[in-house]
Design a protein around this ligand. Structure first.
Ligand code: HEM
Ligand SMILES: *[C@@H]1O[C@H](CO)[C@@H](O)[C@H](O)[C@H]1NC(C)=O
Ligand SMILES: *[C@@H]1O[C@H](CO)[C@@H](O)[C@H](O)[C@H]1NC(C)=O
Ligand SMILES: *[C@@H]1O[C@H](CO)[C@@H](O)[C@H](O)[C@H]1NC(C)=O
Ligand SMILES: CC(=O)N[C@H]1CO[C@H](CO)[C@@H](O)[C@@H]1O
Length: 341
């Protein structure tokens, strides 16, 4: 009798553990801010919606910021820091958009005004991205809270681990694999290129006269890119939508682009050509719900990479500046994207 009860308890415990781990990374929980900041999600949601009405580009801008935050050293808002050795000054970040950096800081200011400094910039970045993705037509992904902010930016070496658009599929698989992201994560998360823009220097390998035809590119598409971009390298003042079909909507049209060889980057186009990724990319082109399901799953994984929790890091009082600088000689006014508080 007793052993049966014990077994039942064990089974129950195992079930609870399994359910728990699927919901949140260690140290995070859905209700982390429920008591200390009950209005968090309302405040963030309405600021995201209001900004999206003004500029739909805020949605792709946010999700790219999240990727560039999480991938190098974890989702710790390190990418938001300004200053000498900041990640924002590193090459891949030169095109992160101010409208989204500003929005994150405006949410932080409003949330801290309502609740005190209880919510990190890292949590706010994930939350704002979740809401913006839904605004743009994408799937809802599950967000648990409790992230803390980094004290300093990631090193240049770590920022350099961000994948480049010139990568072939084996190199992309290696790059993602190094961060515990698998092939399904790669194919799905690349689908974020279904909205937003790129600047000409990012895809000059796709329109130069002796264009590398592996993977193939639609010749008419290549000619259009050349006409638009040939004179804009290396300046990068001209932009091109990543998805030529529905540039502002989060849907599965990106995978259609790949089928007709109108993927903008070599890293995109390769996904439909390489045997390791072709089946999944085709499936996502055919079945949007399959793409959305995997995308939501992969976003949970990405937004829980290498977190600071508990007493690690800090709750930043200005997303662009470590607290020791806010309190020190340098004031927040010196920095790029600050909101009045
Ligand atoms: C698979 C490897 C990836 C490569 C090589 C890559 C590369 C790039 C490049 C070069 C740009 C254009 C930058 C510019 O010229 O302005 C870009 C834009 C973008 N990327 Fe990626 N990316 C990758 C993965 C991701 C992931 C995982 C996400 C998010 C889940 C993402 C989301 C975006 C978005 C939304 C934009 C448009 C940003 C905007 O409109 O402001 N990318 N990416
Ligand atoms: C940035 O570098 C300059 C020159 O090396 C230095 O004077 C300044 O204090 C640094 N600022 C920060 C925030 O570290
Ligand atoms: C993945 O990690 C290995 C071992 O550190 C490294 O040699 C390789 O270059 C990495 N792959 C990519 C694409 O960064
Ligand atoms: C992209 O280019 C279009 C057309 O030239 C321009 O109106 C728009 O402001 C640009 N977007 C960004 C974010 O620079
Ligand atoms: C958004 C942002 O801060 N971008 C910066 C990236 O780095 C370049 C310098 O390399 C700055 O000019 C940009 O302002």
């Amino acid at each position: 009798m007793a052993s049966r009860a014990a077994a039942a308890v064990l089974v129950l415990a195992a079930l609870i553990c399994a359910a728990h781990s699927s919901v949140a990374a260690e140290g995070l929980s859905r209700g982390f801010h429920a008591a200390s900041c009950p209005d968090l999600e309302n405040i963030a949601g309405s600021l995201v919606a209001e900004t999206f009405r003004r500029d739909v580009g805020v949605a792709p801008a946010l999700i790219r910021i999240l990727f560039h935050d999480c991938f190098p050293q974890g989702c710790d808002a390190s990418v938001l820091l300004t200053g000498n050795n900041s990640e924002l000054n590193a090459v891949p970040n030169q095109t992160l958009r101010p409208v989204a950096l500003d929005l994150i800081e405006r949410i932080r200011a409003a949330v801290h005004r309502a609740c005190g400094p209880t919510v990190s910039c890292a949590d706010i970045t994930v939350l704002a991205t979740r809401d913006a993705l839904v605004q743009a037509g994408g799937p809802h992904f599950d967000v648990a809270f409790g992230r803390r902010d980094a004290l300093a930016p990631a090193s240049q070496d770590l920022v350099d681990t961000l994948p480049a658009p010139s990568f072939d599929v084996p190199t992309l698989i290696s790059s993602f694999g190094n961060r515990s992201l698998d092939v399904a994560d790669l194919v799905a998360l690349s689908g974020a290129h279904t909205f937003g823009i790129a600047h000409c220097p990012s895809f000059s390998d796709r329109f130069t006269p002796n264009v590398d035809l592996n993977p193939l590119i639609d010749p008419l598409f290549a000619r259009r890119l050349r006409a638009k971009c040939a004179k804009d390298v290396p300046q990068g003042t001209v932009n091109q939508t990543l998805d030529v079909r529905t540039p502002d909507v989060f849907d599965n049209k990106y995978y259609f682009d790949l089928i007709v060889r109108q993927g903008l980057f070599k890293s995109d186009q390769g996904l439909i050509d390489h045997p390791d990724t072709r089946l999944l990319a085709s499936r996502f082109a055919l079945i949007q719900s399959a793409f959305f399901r995997q995308f939501a799953k992969s976003m949970v994984k990405m937004s829980n990479m290498d977190l600071l929790t508990g007493t690690q890091g800090e709750i930043r009082l200005n997303c662009a500046v470590p607290n020791k600088r806010v309190e020190g000689i340098e004031t927040a006014k010196d920095d790029g994207h600050t909101a009045a508080m």
